[in-house]
Design a binder for this molecule. Sequence first.
Ligand SMILES: *Cc1c(COP(=O)(O)O)cnc(C)c1O
Length: 421
Amino acid sequence: MNLVERDKKVIWHPYTQMKNALPHIPIVRGEGVYVFDENGNKYIDAVSSWWVNIHGHAHPHIAQKVSEQLNLLEHVIFAGFTHEPAVLLAERLLPLLPGKQEKVFYTDNGSTAVEVALKMCLQYWDNKQTPKTKILAFKNAYHGDTFGAMSVSGRSIFTDAFNSLLFDVEFIALPNADNIESIKKQISELKSEAACFIFEPLILGSAGMLMYEAKYLDELISTCKASNILTIADEVMTGFGRTGTYFACEKLKNKPDIFCLSKGLTGGTMPLGVTTCTNEIFEAFLSDDKLKTLYHGHSFTANPIACVASLASLDILLKDETLQNIKRIEAKHAVFLKEIKSHNKVKAIRQTGTIIAIEWETGNETSYLSNLRNLLYNYFLDKGIILRPLGNIIYILPPYIISNEDLDYVYSSIKSALDEV
Ligand SMILES: *Cc1c(COP(=O)(O)O)cnc(C)c1O
């Protein structure tokens, strides 16, 4: 049996209806922006393998640091013990974050980073003996697939089977010039019940790369602060340069109390999650009363190899060359946007930083399940490009090292898809 057949026998893939799933492409190697399959075909990874791979595959600097760490210390229990990679990563990460973030809590993925953030907020109010249990979130948000993260995410086909078990959340609309005042009113009216507001800053990723303006988010955070509602920036997708700045919240005047990070954190090498907070939040858990402890942890909390991968990824991120690459992609996206925005198949097109999203005109068939999505997905695969449409929305979210030539090839393939699909 070949790898595809063996896979079919034993594997259950994520987000996949296994009844009629197409064969999964067996990848044997990665290098830079490319991954290579068993037969030597190469694919441009134009979505950074689900938004994690910011510096390209098999980056030699990350590989070297990880392999050195493997020979030194692969893992150690993180309660009662600590290690240099975890401490150093916290020391380097905290000053990079907007505002005054002072403590790092490690987990191992984006969903758990969100769970910890929610627990921090809920228990913060409980510890202060003014319990508040309501959570505010954007209507179409995506914060992960565990139950707490699902609860604060939009209700959709992804949550359908579980909706009755998800906790109640006060959903608010994406802010714009017309609705900003009514949303602010909605928030301040909940001041005595709402523990926190969790949001994806500037871009709702899984919702279809929906974008909204920093100035309105600034107003919402300001309203939350005035209403004693804690704020959580879920930068799991937007962090580490994706929006043109290191973090999306750099574009805000008001800074959130908590950050959630994952995805690009390790450069896409290892799973790792980070929840950071201010001292104000941390101090609400300091007590002689054991019940005020944050009783949360995971077996692989602060895995040293993942921390070292993150440190190596930070080395690369902070180089001038990487910032120039980010600016280069931003500028090229902007030119491409102008070129195709009046195409009759383009219903909408939007860009923030290195992300560009094109909404396909479909008449009325616009669901995630639509056939168009599969047609487009396969069309680009045939051209050697990995693009995973969100329903009728195609987006490019490339590793920062993608060359102009490869980016132009992706653009021209999208143009031909607009004419042909
Ligand atoms: C992907 C994502 C998550 C969940 O991260 P996982 O590592 O997949 O659990 C949470 N929030 C946002 C904004 C994301 O894009």
